[in-house]
Design a binder for this molecule. Structure first.
Ligand SMILES: NC(=O)c1ccc[n+]([C@@H]2O[C@H](COP(=O)([O-])OP(=O)(O)OC[C@H]3O[C@@H](n4cnc5c(N)ncnc54)[C@H](O)[C@@H]3O)[C@@H](O)[C@H]2O)c1
Length: 309
């Protein structure tokens, strides 16, 4: 099949594109090397893809309608491009609205005759959830607390609208904190492991007792592959387990066999206390089955960072 992968030079999309090529699909990748983090890192993410004869790369923006019009005969759209980062979204809400909402609508409009449109959504749509209401179900009331989560919620709603109005099959995958090789450098896991390798203290926000459902990137890739042929609507994509940030740091420290110095600079605006996915729906309808324990995923992630520090 011919698949358009947006944000292809990014962390998750580069893994998805590699898997699509491995399964014999033709891939067109688009990315504008948004300066949110280093262009150099994104160019490295493309290296494996560029070796493949079924891969074509477009350096440009999903906001460029004329560029999108040049992309023909796409069967599947896998839309990962976005500006991520909850805290940054509080500083730059307009940018999140433009790229994450308008960018998604541009793609929906241009590719509304595609066979399927898969959208990378986020657990951030849920906002602050009381522990008693965990795990989050797709039917839970979304209450985002930062522009990033709100932009993802609006983009999801546009997907649903295109299903109703144009009959476009869409699946929105709500990822819960994704980690693994190539993770964005601003993400906690990447910062922790890198600092420990360098012998520097790590910064844990709030008191570290906040919990997260972490998903290994290969499990997220699996969900995207399954969504090509199955399922419409919204799906939580997580591990179904959670760990406190303090316990995560202890686990990383023991896997790396290194002592860790921790600084607690305080709570960050936009950060929620807990995340935990109910993945029953994704298991039942997509056939999704996360395969990586946090220990297995972390070992992969640590080994990848070891070769780069
Ligand atoms: N990493 C996570 O934990 C996580 C969690 C929930 C949801 N998501 C979502 O998953 C997707 C991938 O996230 P990621 O962590 O790989 O982020 P990433 O920043 O590594 O990848 C996003 C890519 O999109 C590109 N991009 C940004 N604006 C663009 C534009 N206007 N046109 C074309 N390309 C553009 C960026 O240059 C980048 O390469 C995003 O939609 C993100 O919101 C990620």
């Amino acid at each position: 099949m011919a698949v358009l992968v947006t944000g292809c030079a990014g962390f998750i999309a580069s893994h998805i594109a590699e898997q699509l090529l491995a399964e014999g699909h033709d891939v067109i990748g688009i990315d504008n090397f948004d300066p949110y983090y280093s262009e150099e890192l994104k160019k490295q993410n493309l290296k494996e893809l560029e070796k493949h004869k079924s891969f074509r790369f477009l350096n440009g923006s999903i906001l460029d309608k004329e560029l999108l019009k040049t992309v023909k005969d796409i069967e599947i759209v896998n839309h990962q491009a976005a500006i991520a980062g909850v805290r940054n979204s509080i500083e730059n809400p307009t940018k999140y609205c433009e790229i994450n909402v308008l960018g998604t609508v541009n793609l929906l409009e241009q590719f509304r005759d595609a066979e399927k449109f898969i959208f990378a959504s986020s657990s951030s749509v849920y906002g602050e959830v009381n522990e008693i209401d965990l795990p989050c179900k797709e039917s839970s009331q979304p209450k985002p607390i930062a522009p990033y989560g709100l932009s993802k919620l609006h983009a999801e709603q546009f997907c649903e609208m295109f299903t109703k109005v144009y009959g476009l099959k869409t699946a929105a995958l709500r990822y819960f904190t994704v980690y693994g090789p190539r993770q964005r450098p601003d993400e906690a896991m990447c910062r922790f492991i890198t600092s420990i390798f360098k012998g520097e203290p790590i910064q844990v926000y709030a008191d570290g007792e906040q919990t997260r459902d972490f998903s290994f990137v290969k499990d997220v890739v699996q969900a995207n592959m399954l969504a090509i042929n199955r399922g419409q609507g919204i799906f939580n994509i997580g591990s179904g387990n959670r760990i406190s940030v303090n316990n995560l740091v202890n686990l990383i420290s023991s896997l790396m066999d290194k002592k860790v110095k921790i600084k607690y600079p305080g709570k960050q605006e936009g950060d929620v206390s807990h995340t935990l996915a109910d993945i029953t729906k994704a298991k039942k309808i997509l056939g999704y089955e996360p395969k990586y324990s946090i220990e297995q995923g972390l070992k992969n992630h640590i080994e990848w960072i070891r070769t780069r520090v």
